[in-house]
Write a protein that binds this ligand. Structure first.
Ligand code: ARG
Length: 589
């Protein structure tokens, strides 16, 4: 594995060297280099520098220009406008840099300078409840971040903080104790996720009805909560049945999503049960929390309710029960002190932002979070229906995730089938591709908009062949693979001595930015920037095809090799980039 410095890093380095040799007093100044339409790059830093040194920016720029070492990298550098530098790279430098990327399994992408340990909290549905589109977002965004961070060398620990604890279980368990056969599959497990969920739904409804209508049942249910929290083995065994049944369902959804969720990483609210007492004791003893009407509360000046009174974080209720905050605070202790995390990342709906602000602030006051550990909520927006309102069925019910995914796959399969004959796909391949295209479409639609924004769930748009969709990228990939197969799957050798056509250069320069984009995306947790990069890559490819034939008409031998080389590198970059977003790239489409 050899990391390859990007062209812009190479230029940056030459400019910095020129700056310090021509103007020793300017050593360390940022040349402010960026991609440009006029030349390959433009450096704007001379303007600010001239101001600082009280010089003439054009003269300064000319001085630096004179001092830049061009050999092997820069074919032209000139001063323009008020004192910009326009820099054009040599074709040779572009091709040799790309060739170094091509030779590396990681495409020359370096790992982060100082990787650390991130605990990422994502894909956290609730036991005995249907998953909704919000859980889909957390899973999709979280999974992409896991892939991205790991690729950049970070140690990533996954935590699926499922909702598997709390008072509602008293009702469910008591009902199950009184109707022992309701989760009984005559010895066999529920055969499908769907069946598991429908069992749970039925049970939930019956338990609820009884709870609301029968005072005595209510009392028995409340007593069960106490048994559960006290760790009574029989009660725990019933509770476990709910968890197991729910996991059958969760795993079926995650599998549909083509996502690997591992059982040991599922550490739900119940996983911190043993820590709750201590967490509360420490908070109370330190004075960070105070008793208010019996409840253990943490107060903040900045968070007030509509009545102007401060809204506290309630860590322990007046009846002694622990809530969501106690579990999250205990989880922080565990993740920092035992898992040794430097970063805690929470991929959770923006509607929980206040909860996390308060929890993080409490943990800071307790010293559990400090300069060495940061906590970030990646607060994502709401999934909207075509009417721009939170996504619901026509009847106003929330949409079943599995139905939604099935429909996406169905639509995608139609799209794949309409083109299948031309590429010669078998029925099995059509179905497999349909799944990859359909699930890819759902993931890409989510990942290609900034996570913090709401987005519209529009299946027609998602599986469209034109525009910023995953199918468009998947077709771009498959088309390249088909050309490469036709040319005998050899590894084409680049010819750095040849001149590059404008579309070849543009594609090449874009390819070279992959590593920088990944570094930025991983640092800012913004997968949509990777999606935008990949879409840009496919667009450059389209222009390239229009202007630079690869096989038909057959270009001169060496030109053809160069072009095959460029599209092969493009295919590998697309494949790697899509994989980091959790999206497959079928070989034939
Ligand atoms: N189970 C919660 C929900 O469905 C999300 C959990 C988020 N993670 C956490 N550490 N609180 O809303």
């Amino acid at each position: 594995m050899a990391s390859v410095p990007s062209l812009s890093a190479q230029v940056q380095q030459r400019l910095s060297a020129a700056l310090s040799s021509a103007l020793p007093e300017a050593a360390g100044a940022d040349p402010l280099l960026r991609r440009s339409d006029r030349a390959d790059f433009q450096a704007n830093g001379m303007l600010a520098l001239a101001k600082k040194l009280k010089g003439n920016p054009r003269e300064l720029a000319a001085q630096v220009t004179g001092a830049v070492e061009q050999a092997g990298l820069i074919s032209d550098i000139e001063v323009s406008g008020p004192g910009f530098l326009n820099i054009t790279l040599s074709d040779e430098a572009v091709l040799t840099t790309l060739a170094a990327r091509y030779a590396d399994a990681r495409l020359g992408v370096p790992t982060a300078d100082e990787p650390g340990t991130t605990v990422i909290d994502y894909a956290q549905p609730n036991v005995a409840k249907e998953m909704h589109v919000g859980h889909l977002r957390s899973a999709v965004i979280g999974d992409a971040l896991v892939q991205l961070l790991e690729f950049m060398g970070e140690t990533v620990i996954r935590r699926h903080h499922i909702g598997d604890w709390g008072t509602q279980f008293g009702m469910l368990i008591q009902y199950l104790v009184e109707h022992p056969h309701e989760l009984d599959h005559s010895g066999a497990e529920a055969s499908s996720g769907e069946e598991a969920m429908s069992n749970l739904n039925r049970l939930y409804k019956s338990a609820r009805t009884l709870f609301d209508s029968d005072e005595e049942f209510k009392t028995r249910a409340r007593r069960k909560v106490v048994d559960l929290q006290a760790g009574d083995p029989e009660t725990l065994a019933s509770w476990q049945k709910f968890v197991d049944e729910s996991k059958i369902y969760f795993f079926s959804v995650f599998e549909k999503l083509d996502m690997e969720i591992r059982d040991p990483d599922i550490v739900g609210e119940s996983g911190y049960n043993d820590m709750l007492q201590d967490t509360c004791r420490m908070i109370e003893e330190s004075g960070v929390g105070v008793r208010s009407e019996g409840a253990l509360c943490v107060f903040f000046d900045e968070y007030k309710g509509p009545d102007g009174k401060p809204t506290p974080l309630i860590v322990q209720k007046s009846d002694g029960g622990f809530g969501y905050a106690a579990t999250d605070l205990s989880a922080i202790r565990d993740r920092v002190q035992h898992l040794k995390a430097n970063t805690l990342l929470y991929v959770v709906d923006a509607r929980q932002a206040l909860h996390f602000k308060m929890v993080f602030e409490t943990a800071r006051r307790m010293g559990w979070l400090n300069e060495d550990v940061r906590a970030v909520q990646l607060a994502f927006g709401t999934v909207l229906g075509e009417d721009g309102k939170p996504f619901k069925t026509r009847a106003g019910k929330s949409v079943r995730l599995e139905d939604l995914l099935d429909e996406a796959v169905e639509r995608a399969t139609e799209v794949v089938r309409s083109k299948a004959e031309k590429v010669g796909l078998t029925e099995a391949e059509i179905e497999e591709n349909g799944r990859h295209v359909g699930i890819g479409a759902v993931k890409y639609a989510d990942l290609s908009t900034s996570a913090t924004r709401d987005y519209k769930f529009d299946l027609d748009q998602m599986v469209s062949l034109n525009g910023d969709t995953s199918v468009y990228l998947q077709y771009a990939y498959a088309r390249i693979r088909s050309i490469l197969r036709q040319s005998g799957e050899r590894s084409p050798l680049p010819h750095p001595e040849l001149e590059l056509a404008p579309a070849e250069r543009a594609l090449g320069l874009h390819l070279d930015q992959f590593g920088e984009v990944l570094a930025e995306v991983a640092a800012s947790y913004e997968p949509h920037k990777l999606a935008a990069y990949l879409y840009g890559l496919a667009s450059h490819l389209t222009t390239f095809y229009e202007q630079c034939p690869v096989v038909r008409p057959l270009p001169p031998l060496e030109v053809g090799e160069n072009r095959l080389f460029l599209i092969d590198l493009t295919a590998r970059t697309l494949h790697q980039g899509m994989a980091l977003l959790g999206i497959r790239t079928p070989e034939k489409l």
